[in-house]
Write a protein that binds this ligand. Structure first.
Ligand SMILES: *Cc1c(COP(=O)(O)O)cnc(C)c1O
Length: 412
């Protein structure tokens, strides 16, 4: 028998809806925004070693909190402690959910009910809900603002120290720069002031590259080892910024202080799961061989990618886009500047190469690329769509080869 009129359309509509509703909401995208460690896109891509380790830990029982030597209970942080100490020169280390949690745990443990002087030039907001004054309030401590926005001196800290002071804190000016008529107290000096007053000195680094980025042709960023060597008693930093690992907050420093962090009940609420511990261990292991890091750590490979390689990728993309987009668009390969992202090295821009597409409605073109089976994300500026090819990987190119032709039928 024949189908009733409209039946085919009804079946198609139902199939479409089923496909839409059963598709995952969290989807892979192709990041051509020009921001490498893009917080909204999940920051660092993980190395294969870390992905394999996380999958293994998720699939099977593990020694997460089990000591094979004694057959007794172990500590989940023990898998990371030795590596973090070896890589930073710290006495001890602990790990939590993210760097915001690390700062919260440190302040709540060491400064609850007491005062913490912080320079007015360091009262940062890291996007969204991480604002230093609010984290301080939630940690239960009282922020004492010292100095001014552009200039803070040793005497400002010294004048703020009193019987209720818990510690001195330096917050890395992670996502902005103050330039011009400025003054700040160097870490070494701040550590000496804290020590003279019998207080711990805490440094929140934010991005926290474990290796000197200058060796990869990148702008320098303070390392946890530098901060510890300058006299910091505890240093906090992120796992998924310049470290190139999973979301995590790392705290390294004096063993006695780390012990106090681990005894705080908040630590339990902020702890890492087995998948991320496995991934973090693998990423830290890669850092033991810094010479090979660029080849093995995708985040660093993208940041240090040679311009010629980006240009070649841009030219291939431009060639693939031309037939897919159809008439009405002017496609060019142009120099541009990538951002590191996640607030790391905010002022520095990395020379890069983009495919630009100019036409009447670049915003509609951007929407069309976002509607692809694997969405492609660019940036609209100066009346053009910019597709920065720094993060366009071979895997992305293979995907695009399959889906770009599908984009041609859709009118704008
Ligand atoms: C990014 C950053 C944070 C927050 O770290 P998350 O890992 O995003 O929680 C805190 N402090 C500084 C200085 C940062 O740069």
């Amino acid at each position: 028998g024949g189908r009733a009129p409209g039946e085919a359309a009804l079946i198609d509509a139902a199939a479409d809806r089923l496909a839409r509703e059963s598709a995952p909401r969290l989807r892979r995208v192709i990041n051509l925004t020009g921001t490498v460690l893009h917080t909204n896109l999940g920051r660092a891509p993980l190395p294969e070693e870390a992905i394999a380790a996380a999958a293994e830990a998720m699939r099977h029982p593990t020694t997460l909190e089990f000591d094979l030597a004694t057959g007794r209970r172990g500590e989940r942080d023990d898998h990371l402690r030795g590596l973090l100490c070896a890589l930073t020169g710290a006495e001890d280390a602990t790990v939590v959910n993210n760097n915001a949690a690390a700062v919260l745990l440190v302040l709540n443990t060491l400064a609850k009910g007491r005062e913490v002087p912080v320079s007015r030039g360091e009262l940062i907001e890291i996007g969204g809900s991480f604002r230093m004054p609010e984290i301080m309030a939630r940690a239960g401590c009282r922020l004492v603002e010292v100095g001014t926005t552009n200039r803070t001196h040793a005497r400002d800290y010294q004048g703020a120290i009193g019987p209720r002071t818990a510690l001195l804190m330096r917050v890395h000016q992670a996502n902005f720069a103050i330039s011009g008529f400025t003054a700040r107290v160097p870490d070494r000096k701040l550590a000496a002031i804290a020590k003279a007053a019998g207080l711990p000195f805490i440094a929140d680094l934010g991005a926290g590259a474990l290796v000197d980025l200058a060796r990869f042709g990148l702008p320098p960023e303070p390392t946890p080892a530098d901060a510890l060597a300058a006299g910091a008693d505890l240093v906090t930093f992120s796992g998924d910024k310049l470290l190139g690992g999973p979301q995590a907050g790392l705290v390294v420093g004096r063993a006695e202080l780390v012990r106090r962090l681990n005894r705080n009940p908040l630590k339990r609420a902020l702890r890492l799961d087995k998948g991320r511990i496995a991934a973090l261990e693998a990423v830290l292991r890669l850092h033991l061989a810094p010479d090979r890091l660029v080849a093995r750590l995708p985040a660093l490979a993208l940041l240090a990618r040679p311009e010629a390689s980006i240009r070649a990728a841009a030219e291939r993309l431009a060639a693939g886009l031309a037939p897919a987009l159809g008439p009405g668009w002017r496609i060019a390969v142009e120099p541009c500047r990538s951002q590191i992202g996640s607030g790391a090295l905010p002022v520095e821009r990395l020379p890069s190469v983009a495919v630009t597409v100019a036409g009447r409605r670049p915003d509609l073109l951007a929407a069309r690329l976002r509607a692809l089976p694997v969405p492609v994300l660019g940036r609209v500026a100066d009346g053009r769509l910019w597709l920065d090819c720094r993060c366009l990987t071979e895997a992305d190119e293979a995907v695009l080869a399959g889906i770009l032709p599908a984009c041609s039928g859709q009118a704008i």
